[in-house]
Write a protein that binds this ligand. Structure first.
Ligand code: ARG
Length: 476
């Protein structure tokens, strides 16, 4: 439409190439809100008459996405539709603004809604993990480093480790929200406008927390997208780690857990199979989201000020990234909350691979006073035996390496038994952040309080936006 007046018609091929209409479906509703807020402000500033304002608002109220005709983007298509319904006076809607500030505003409005949804999903996943930890403070499981049996721990400790990582992911999204929920509207093409508009008023009407002040920055900045995609990528990496464990732990070799049938698939040829397909796709989608981030970074790199059409190409990566992340968070939440742990198998496995060796060395230090490095050498000898050590084994190795028998320095057969018991291993590790049931329970309590605080903050953010948009929609 803007072309016809001067540049003449373009080809379908070119129009298709230029078009952002597919991705613009995500900002159709936001655009109507932006139009409305801008109009209200124009009227308050005396830049559009009450009558024209009302006629345009009435046209916007009746407008459905399916009414829109051709056009490079949704902004152009909506304006064309308003003009056809209101006549030339409808053209006053675009006074003192540009598609450049319009699109940046629309993306921020649509994105903040997605972020609020994501925060809710992150909180739900964290709550699932913490509740599961609460029920499993006493469940002893093997802990790994290098995917090799390392030391026993508690299931609560393990689940809380994931929960804490996801809590940081949530906090990153909350931090980013403060930079996303700012209004670029009124920046116009980039150089502001000579009309006496009121940017703070449109910001307020649209439920923003403030404005992106510099009008050149306002239209050209997409670092809020890069920031959100970065945060999503980090979150997805965390989710992929959880997914990987679900896959690994549900194998016959591990046998630590069973996924609910809802989250499993079978094979088209092997009737016995129960495959963890949802967890596998969760693992894979982290790659997709990383790709969205890298694509967006590459498009933005080296763009000169201010608006460039390249920026249109960034937005679909944002929507793809947020959609995939939200879906993955929801699916893994469902996967985790419905899975069943095999506590017997976990307990049995917790002492495997001489995982109590560290505690045995520590006990030698505590009871006999020998240096830790010496104890490490002695227990290393015992590990080489490839069987459960008996007191005579210990005395023999210690005599060679430390020059004395531990049994003669108070290291009883009971002390050996205790050191080799996974449960007492774990109970001893009660320092802050450790796996001991008592400490895991303390962490659970503290996390539950934090979840509540974040839930309250989420309600406040949502309420602010909801109220502003409700008021805006009611304005005539
Ligand atoms: N569809 C465009 C985008 O997403 C809207 C802004 C177009 N501005 C322009 N000067 N052509 O970036």
């Amino acid at each position: 439409m803007f072309r016809d007046q001067r540049l003449g018609q373009t080809s379908d091929d070119v129009l298709q190439f230029l078009s952002s209409r597919e991705a613009d479906r995500r900002i159709f509703q936001a655009d109507l809100l932006v139009d409305r807020a801008h109009l209200m402000m124009l009227r308050e500033q005396g830049l559009v008459s009450g009558d024209v304002c009302s006629r345009i608002i009435a046209a916007l109220d009746e407008l459905h996405e399916s009414d829109l005709g051709r056009g490079e983007d949704v902004h152009e298509a909506i304006e064309a539709e308003v003009l056809s319904r209101v006549g030339p006076e409808g053209g006053r809607m675009h006074t003192g603004r540009s598609r450049n500030d319009e699109v940046a505003t629309c993306i921020r409005i649509a994105l903040r809604a997605e972020m609020l949804g994501l925060m809710e999903e992150e909180l739900s996943l964290i709550r699932t993990l913490v509740s599961m930890a609460e029920r499993n403070a006493d469940t002893i499981i093997p802990g790994f480093t290098h995917t090799q049996h390392a030391q026993p721990t508690t299931l609560a400790h393990h689940l809380l480790a994931h929960a804490d990582a996801f809590m940081r992911d949530l906090e990153r999204i909350e931090d980013a929200y403060a930079r996303v929920n700012l209004s670029p509207l009124g920046a116009a093409a980039f150089a502001s406008t000579g009309f006496k508009i009121d940017r703070l008023r449109t910001s307020e009407l649209l439920g923003f927390d403030g404005i992106v002040e510099n009008s050149m920055d306002a239209v050209s900045a997409r670092d809020f997208i890069l920031e959100v995609l970065s945060d999503l990528s980090v979150f997805m990496v965390g989710l992929s780690r959880l997914a990987e464990e679900l896959i690994l732990w549900s194998t016959t070799e591990f046998g630590y857990l069973e996924l609910d049938n809802l989250f499993a698939s079978t094979s088209s040829i092997m009737p016995q199979k129960k495959n963890p397909d949802t967890a596998e796709l969760a693992r894979a989608k982290s790659g997709t989201v990383l790709g969205c981030l890298v694509s967006a970074l590459a498009i933005c790199k080296a763009l000169p000020m201010s608006y460039n059409r390249d920026l249109q190409e960034v937005t679909p990566h944002l929507w793809r990234g947020i959609d995939q992340t939200r879906a993955t968070a929801r699916i893994l939440d469902g996967c985790v909350s419905s899975l069943k742990f095999n506590a017997g198998r976990l307990a049995q496995s917790s002492g495997a691979g001489f995982s109590t060796a560290t505690e045995l060395a520590d006990s030698l230090v505590r009871i006999t006073g020998m240096p830790f490095r010496t104890a490490h050498g002695i227990v290393g000898r015992l590990a080489a035996l490839g069987r459960r050590p008996i007191p005579q084994d210990l005395d023999k190795a210690a005599l060679e390496l430390a020059g004395f028998r531990p049994s003669e320095r108070g290291f009883s057969a009971e002390a050996l038994e205790k050191a080799l018991d996974p449960r007492s291993n774990v109970a001893l590790r009660a320092n802050v952040g450790g796996p001991a049931p008592v400490e895991a329970r303390r962490m659970v309590e503290e996390r539950l309080l934090r979840i509540e605080k974040h839930e309250e903050a989420l309600i406040k953010r949502r309420e602010k936006v909801r109220k502003a948009l409700e008021d805006l929609r009611a304005m005539r």
